[in-house]
Ligand binder design. Structure first.
Ligand code: NAD
Ligand code: UDP
Length: 329
């Protein structure tokens, strides 16, 4: 290994965001170790990296200690979609909390820098809008989303206690809804659901009346934010919001996707899940100021790329009726 080549651990590296991050780190000259238990991640996401000298994949659950030698750690391991994190909520909390303890312990032993993929869910169903990092949130600690929200909040607590108690070099990013190629087709998140439904000509399932808002960031923009935050001076611990501050309703998103796919899908309404946040949008002033970062990819461009990805995937899997969609490439 070249003496200047950094060795970087990415937990959750076979997932949607993790696989893009691994790719980006290899491209910038790092040696990457990807750790994943493949709960929601897929080997297909990293198959193209496996033959590279500077990439290595380990099957491992972050709830158990890990002994390897690295210079930097990105801790992304955790199911991110509501249906997946609610499937085994106890395991979700364990992954966030024990996973954070294990990665912080590893970082402490190695004096490595450690990055936590936190979430806008730490703000819960926010009563302040847009959400700034100072806002302490409105989380229901006993609801069905709590395993994720409170697990991530506790992980942030651990990161800041290791920082204060052990002088650890930490980076905490609060990620807002991000989408793009390599999302799992059955992931249940809104962008992948709507695109897959539109491509298959199936009904588009809007939960509630569709007036709830989210702000959608394209994956390439987010990964740029991760890398900048990791490279920032050590006093930049975060928490720092990373997301695209263009707010849209779920109803508008559905209409846009139907239009871009050229689909004949009908809109149907389903009950709004418990504790589903009504309004969410990041204030990214801190990221602009400290990292010189802001998203560049428009929703339309990002959606076109993502639609093209799912179109290929469904076609390869024989999952797409020929007549259902006329994709604009
Ligand atoms: P994802 O589900 O595609 O990726 C998560 C990865 O972690 C998967 O590969 C999964 O197999 C792995 N994993 C889960 N439990 C594990 C365990 N115990 N040990 C080892 N690996 C485990 O989701 P994603 O969208 O790529 O999210 C990555 C991270 O970013 C998560 O921590 C998530 O909470 C955070 N995040 C994502 C978003 C988003 O919009 N994508 C928003 C906020 C936060
Ligand atoms: N949603 C929807 N239809 C779907 C999937 C999700 O209307 O098929 C809604 C969901 O209720 C929420 C928004 O889209 O209001 C974003 O959901 P997602 O699961 O993508 O992310 P999160 O709620 O964690 O922000």
């Amino acid at each position: 290994m070249s003496p200047t080549r950094k060795r970087v651990l990415v937990t959750g590296g076979a997932g949607f965001l993790g696989s893009h991050l691994c790719e980006r780190l290899i491209a910038q000259g790092d040696d990457v170790v990807c750790v994943d238990n493949y709960f929601t991640g897929r080997k297909d996401n990293i198959a193209h990296l496996l033959s590279l000298t500077h990439f290595e994949a380990l099957r491992h659950d972050v709830c158990f200690p890990l002994y390897i030698e690295v210079d930097e750690i990105y801790n992304l391991a955790c199911p991110a979609s509501p249906i997946h994190y609610q499937h085994d909520p106890v395991q979700t909390t364990k992954t966030s909390v024990s996973g954070a303890i294990n990665m912080l312990g590893l970082a402490k032993r190695l004096r490595a820098k450690v990055f936590q993929a936190s979430t806008s869910e730490v703000y819960g169903d926010p009563s302040v809008h847009p959400q700034r990092e100072e806002y302490r949130g409105n989380v229901n600690p006993i609801g069905p989303r709590a395993c994720y929200d409170e697990g991530k909040r506790c992980a942030e607590t651990l990161f800041f206690d290791y920082y204060r108690q052990h002088n650890l070099r930490i980076r905490v990013a609060r990620i807002f809804n991000t989408y793009g190629p390599r999302m799992h087709p059955n992931d249940g998140r809104v962008v992948s659901n709507f695109i897959v439904q539109a491509l298959k000509g199936e009904p588009i399932t809007i939960y509630g009346d569709g007036s709830q808002t989210r702000a959608f960031c394209y994956v390439d923009d987010l990964i740029e934010g991760f890398v900048r935050l990791m490279a920032a001076p050590d006093e930049v611990t975060g928490p720092i919001n990373l997301g695209n501050p263009v707010e849209t309703t779920v109803g508008e998103l559905a209409a846009k996707i139907v239009d871009l796919v050229g689909s004949h899908s009908k809109i149907v309404h389903r009950p709004l899940p418990v504790d589903d946040p009504v309004q969410r949008c990041p204030d990214i002033a801190r990221a602009r100021d400290v990292l010189g970062w802001e998203p560049r990819v428009t929703l339309e461009t990002g959606l076109r790329n993502t639609i093209a990805y799912f179109d290929r995937l469904l076609t390869e899997n024989g999952d797409k009726p020929q007549s259902a969609a006329k994709l604009i490439a």
